[in-house]
Design a protein around this ligand. Structure first.
Ligand SMILES: [Zn+2]
Length: 180
């Protein structure tokens, strides 16, 4: 997995680039939560759930289907009073779905661990993308505080932080000069 900080960076970049000018106060907390929540499945290791299990790490909770379910939940519980089929409701539904799904997709760019169950629950196969430039992050802080951790940070800065910064700058330019 890319680190929690990098998934958070994606949430902040997505919110800044694509979010409306005025957002409710809980928008940022929800955006960050959606981008990192799939990794809560590592808890399964403590309960004896194997890595390759349906609910194992990088399993169902990393799928776009789960992302859609989580997004519906977020809308129902944190955006009460907002009509899902309104323009704004559709925006938030799409935003939180894509943001949560971005987690599994980013993990599929990593070069280690088991693949991601991108088609779960319909197909439990684990997938990587054909191009995997992101160094996989070790699970556990001890392993992270090593040379491996440094390589992870380097690859995440190059392949995630820089593109995120570019997206923020382009969107700021478009908002300032094109869409006034
Ligand atoms: Zn993950």
């Amino acid at each position: 997995m890319p680190t929690v900080i990098t998934h958070t960076a994606v949430a902040v970049a997505a919110g800044m680039a694509f979010g409306p000018k005025e957002v409710p106060s809980h928008f940022w907390a929800l955006a960050i939560a959606c981008s990192v929540i799939p990794d809560a499945d590592v808890i399964g290791f403590s309960f004896g759930i194997p890595y390759g299990h349906f609910f194992g790490h990088r399993g169902f909770f990393h799928s776009p289907f789960f992302a859609l379910c989580l997004s519906v939940f977020v809308l129902c519980f944190f955006f009460r009073g907002l009509e899902i089929f309104s323009r704004q409701g559709f925006f938030y539904l799409t935003f939180f779905s894509l943001l949560t799904a971005s987690h599994g997709l980013l993990d599929a760019f990593t070069n280690g661990g088991l693949g991601i169950a991108l088609l779960s629950p319909f197909d439990s196969a684990r997938y990587f993308l054909p191009w995997t430039p992101i160094e996989v992050s070790p699970i556990g802080i001890d392993a992270f505080l090593s040379r491996w951790g440094l390589m992870v940070i380097k690859s995440e800065v190059l392949w995630v932080w820089l593109p995120c910064s570019a997206i923020i700058m382009v969107s700021k330019f478009i908002r300032a000069w094109v869409v006034k």
